[in-house]
Design a protein around this ligand. Sequence first.
Ligand SMILES: N[C@@H](CCC(=O)N[C@@H](CS)C(=O)NCC(=O)O)C(=O)O
Length: 265
Amino acid sequence: MQKPIVHHIPVCPFSQRLEILLTLKGKRDAVAFSVVDITRPRPPELLQFSGGSTALPILETADGVLKESLVILRYLDETFAEPPIARATPYERAVENMLIAMEGDFTSSGYRLVMNQDEARRAALHDAVLAQYRRLDAFLTTHNPAGTFLFEHFGLAEAVFTPMFVRFSFLAYFEDFELPAAGFERVLHWRAACLAHPAAQQVSSEEVVKAYYDYARGAGNGALPAGRARSSFVFEPHWRGRPWPPKDKYSPGATDMELGLVAAG
Ligand SMILES: N[C@@H](CCC(=O)N[C@@H](CS)C(=O)NCC(=O)O)C(=O)O
């Protein structure tokens, strides 16, 4: 049987979810990963598979194309069944799904803050992210007060949230956003264990901060901020060789040259 193919953008958190799940199962190589450059128009054959939609990841299977990371996660968990990552009993699976159902609001709050360009809205947007962390803290305190993860191991809910915890290093860097220790103990403990887990090391905070500079300037999904010709998501020059971008996102932005986006020579 031909391997399923994930079409993905490597620094994308939604794709990282799939890589984490497969790594937990020891099946990273059971799926082929085909890299898409977010800074270029999608290749026509990809748009044909996806029925015209551009959001990634999509999974090409022998039966047809699947979209939406949460759908693909569950499909891969069932297809490569051993070991199962989702909880086994109906009640535990429901608890896991309640936590997973919080991911959309959590993610949106962080992306709204990083993309905000209006200093007057900063405090309200910081509070909105804190409110999301408070909800997670309360949920974990209710369902596993003395534990580390939601259940005894890093599982499906952790595969869903950890990529966002990694991306939110853009909030620490560009927004000086840190969780206060008091009142957030349970979620801080969870987040630290998620970030340290060996199956979740695909993307570093340095890569996130360098790649997401354009988001911090209000331009998402490979779009270009005014005055720039190269996206911070380009593959070349490689992010490792580029300087860290300016932390102050509310002052006039850095140029392609200052960001190391123009190849030397
Ligand atoms: N709800 C989707 C979100 C996917 C998504 O937004 N992916 C981004 C990359 S991180 C993307 O493909 N953006 C480009 C676009 O939408 O055209 C999922 O969970 O798979």
